[in-house]
Design a protein around this ligand. Structure first.
Ligand code: EPU
Length: 422
């Protein structure tokens, strides 16, 4: 099993460039099915989740080429509309192929993606919305966990989401791009990764209006064309490394950082005591004192993101006082608490499982740690960097799903961190 070894206590210092965005890349990789041609995707992060989506494209018949961080997809000869069950079970984001394959072939068979380590994660909003677009659905197999969607014609319709959902908004957009008529999405997710998918599709010839707002209109077109697109930098990777600077009381300049998408994170880090200067895509972060406590609720964009919650908790464990975090998006995103307690932190979850009370301690110590999910794993790296002594983090596959090379990046900033493969 691969592991990361860290000797804590070094203040992070230096300069670092931020990798391309995972959550922008994944839906766009699914979308490459729609243009029956070539997509050149620049600044694509080389992470496990991207490799997994690319493997699915290959299984569907696409031709894939990589040149450093540029991914080229030729989807001309794709002919299969059935997604293998083990591909879907490996990774939840493969559900984004539902809309893309349906849009191209008017038919898709896909296994029901189960829950995952951060919560139940149902897909009822995806299925209810797509059904309204003249798509029949049947549930096959012994456990009725294979979804078969088919139609002779996808028709635009009005879609209202009762809560903000990134994936279902993206799936409706993917389904609607080559449909007949207009699809109006009310209460659409405003996350930058929804906007980025729309920008990619528009560049390929789609007609989409209102991206980045809670009302999106998609006017179906007959076909898309070849496209070249550059992915934005990853706002959560940037936020994770900024949190590491806060926890270790360091000073770092980040280049190629998506500052316009980091407002809530920057605001929170300033409240815990960081000095932050933003100039275009350059962010300078410094922290020279013990963090201050804060109360925070995770909410959809532009509010403070659930994907930064675990990293913030790692900082608050060392704060001078009591903090409260309310996790509003996923059911099981407090799995780090056992690990943090082993390092000397004081964290208590209430009966609802949604509210964590954190009493900051003066210092934490290194320990044997287990990553339970992607962001939680990255947060353990932060805690280990800030702790006294050495830590070993197991189950690092989770971290590799979203970070190209967290050990390399942090080593560049002076951390004593080593990745051991296998
Ligand atoms: N939900 C439902 N039914 C649905 C869809 C969602 O009940 O049909 C619930 C979810 O269970 C959750 C809430 O609605 O409680 C919001 O889920 P959403 O659909 O917005 O999340 P997602 O599309 O599954 C994406 C990101 C997550 C990020 C969330 C929230 C990707 C590939 N994943 O997930 O990223 O936390 O939006 O912003 O874009 C990560 O990168 O670590 C990660 C988990």
């Amino acid at each position: 099993m691969s592991r990361i070894e860290i000797i804590g206590g070094e203040q992070l210092k230096g300069e670092l460039k931020i990798q391309g965005s995972k959550n922008a890349a994944l839906p766009i990789i699914a979308a490459t099915i729609l243009n029956k041609g070539i997509t050149i995707l620049k600044n694509c992060p080389k992470i496990l989740d991207v490799y997994h989506m690319v493997n699915i494209l290959e299984e569907l018949g696409c031709i894939i080429t990589w040149e450093q961080n540029t991914l080229m997809v030729n989807s001309k000869k794709t002919s299969i509309s059935c997604l293998p069950e083990d591909s879907v079970s490996k990774m939840r984001s493969s559900v984004l192929f539902l809309g893309a394959i349906l849009g191209r072939f008017h038919e898709v068979t896909i296994a029901y993606p189960g829950g995952c380590s951060i919560g139940k994660r149902p897909i009822n909003y995806h299925l209810d919305a797509i059904k309204r677009m003249n798509v029949e659905q049947e549930f096959l197999g012994e456990n009725e966990d294979i979804i078969h969607c088919y139609t002779d014609k996808i028709t635009g319709n009005d879609i209202f989401f009762e809560r903000s959902t990134v994936g279902a908004t993206q799936n409706v957009i993917l389904t609607a791009v080559l449909s007949e008529g207009i699809t109006k999405i009310y209460n659409a997710a405003k996350e930058p990764e929804v906007e980025e998918l729309c920008k990619y599709l528009i560049r390929a010839g789609a007609k989409i209006y209102g991206e980045g707002t809670s009302y999106i209109e998609v006017e179906g077109v007959k076909e898309l064309h070849d496209v070249e697109f550059t992915l934005s930098p990853d706002r959560i990777v940037a936020g994770t490394y900024m949190a590491a600077v806060a926890a270790t009381q360091g000073d770092v300049v980040f280049h190629h950082a998506p500052s316009q998408h980091l407002e809530a994170t920057i605001d929170v880090l300033r409240k815990v005591g960081c000095f932050i200067e933003v100039k275009g895509d350059v962010i300078k972060v410094g922290n020279h004192a013990r963090p201050k406590p804060i109360n925070i609720i995770t909410e959809p964009y532009p509010a403070f993101p659930t994907d930064m919650q675990s990293q913030l908790m790692s900082i608050l464990c060392l704060a001078e006082g009591k903090s409260i975090i309310v996790e509003n998006i996923f059911e099981s995103r407090f799995q780090n608490i056992g690990e943090l307690t082993n390092m000397g932190a004081q964290v208590h979850i209430d009966e609802s499982g949604k509210i964590a009370q954190i009493t900051g301690v003066n210092s934490m110590h290194g320990a044997q740690l287990y990553a339970h999910d992607l962001r939680g794993g990255a947060a353990l790296v932060i805690s280990a960097l800030a702790a006294e002594g050495s830590s070993v983090i197991q189950c690092t596959d989770y971290i590799e799903r979203g970070y190209e090379d967290i050990s390399r990046d942090l080593r560049l900033l002076g951390a004593k961190i080593k990745y051991h493969c296998g």
